[in-house]
Design a protein around this ligand. Structure first.
Ligand SMILES: Cc1cc2nc3c(=O)[nH]c(=O)nc-3n(C[C@H](O)[C@H](O)[C@H](O)COP(=O)(O)O)c2cc1C
Length: 346
């Protein structure tokens, strides 16, 4: 999730939520291929703990998907996920993300190029072997490999997946899905809303069940993940059954709460304010350490997570107003420790 599921967030969710798969934030193939790779490549940072991690990319230029799929494979990701679901104006109005639902042939060309790159990579091709690659992309790949000490990556056919929505302004599953199925991605994940809905209203689980039926009827080997408004493990289990889904993705419900991925008894045992405070501190420390290693001392994108961790505690508004001004993990720790001391003496 753009702006949320960065390196530190993923570390926390993996460690405390024990999730099966993680995805990076999405990264633009156009931006990567046209010279912005040095500024964007950090979105592809990960460590061994976050594996299996899938790289998500978006765009509208099939040739760029080919190049970026090679890059993703060389960086050791567990798969390449193509975003065909983002409703944000900056993405959809440029013809990428959910706007690809309007251009099914282009969507197919993108999947085809991505799959071709993965096949070529498995057969020994590298980004370096391609003609007319922006030198900044090549340099960013080399530096990334060096930074993370990525030496040998096993050449294999990585899964190519698509994440999409139900349609543009109504449920178009019956017409949209056949285009995706014909391109044979390894996994299709669907958020049960339309582009027009963005995040309003409710996810349509009847439509997601209809999609599950279509996918499994067409080819039971294509994996299906359903998504939208799922709050916790138990809901994920029942919705997976309802939609004939192989997996469920949980997004917003995991804000400030990696325990949503665990069964109820575990959640109840772990969901204490003491634990949430400890998570906030650990998250801030990982964030800071990773940022500093990358030469970035900006703390502001950590602050929203801090506000999420303290949701529901006594005097949350006052505590939040302090946390959203914090500039380091040390400060976060001091604020939370002081708060806990005050609570225990009041
Ligand atoms: C802030 C935000 C950023 C998101 N960024 C992405 C993204 O980069 N890629 C993607 O596939 N979906 C993205 N999504 C959509 C979510 O993955 C998910 O499909 C949607 O939020 C519905 O699931 P949920 O109700 O469990 O959150 C984003 C959603 C939000 C709220």
């Amino acid at each position: 999730m753009d702006g949320v599921t960065d390196f530190a967030f993923r570390s926390i969710v993996k460690k405390y939520g024990q999730v099966d798969y993680l995805w990076t934030e999405f990264v633009s193939v156009e931006a990567l291929c046209r010279g912005a790779a040095p500024n964007l490549i950090h979105h592809f940072d990960y460590d061994a703990e976050q594996k299996p991690l899938v790289a998500q990319v978006f765009g509208k230029t099939p040739e760029y998907f080919y190049l970026v799929a090679l890059l993703v494979a060389e960086l050791g990701f567990a798969g390449v996920d193509i975003n065909m679901g983002c409703p944000a104006k900056t993405v959809a109005q440029s013809g990428a993300g959910a706007a690809l639902i309007k251009q099914p042939q282009l969507a197919q060309a993108i999947i085809e190029q991505t799959k071709q790159a993965i096949l070529d990579w498995a057969n020994g091709k590298n980004l370096n072997d391609c003609k007319n690659v922006n030198p900044k992309l090549l340099r960013a790949l080399a530096e990334q490999k060096n930074f993370w000490q990525i030496k040998t990556v096993k050449r294999q056919l990585l899964p190519v997946s698509v994440k999409t929505r139900l349609g543009i302004d109504s449920n178009q599953i019956k017409t949209w899905l056949p285009y995706l199925l014909a391109s044979k991605p390894d996994l299709i994940s669907i958020h049960g809303r339309t582009l027009k809905q963005s995040y309003s209203g409710e996810a349509d689980w009847q439509a997601l069940a209809e999609a599950g039926k279509m996918i499994k009827k067409h080819d039971p080997n294509i994996q299906y993940f359903a998504n939208g408004d799922v709050k916790d493990y138990e809901e994920a289990m029942s919705k997976a059954h309802l939609a004939q889904a192989d997996g469920i993705m949980i997004g917003r419900a995991s804000y400030g709460n990696p325990f949503v991925f665990l069964p109820l008894a575990e959640r109840q045992r772990l969901a204490t304010s003491k634990n949430f405070f400890a998570l906030a501190i650990e998250h801030a420390e990982i964030f800071e350490k990773h940022n500093l290693a990358r030469g970035n001392d900006k703390f502001f994108s950590m602050r929203k997570h801090l506000a999420w961790y303290i949701k529901g505690v006594a005097n949350a508004a006052q505590l939040r107003s302090q946390l959203v001004k914090s500039n380091s993990a040390q400060e976060v720790k001091a604020i939370l420790n002081k708060y806990q001391d005050e609570q225990s003496t009041s």
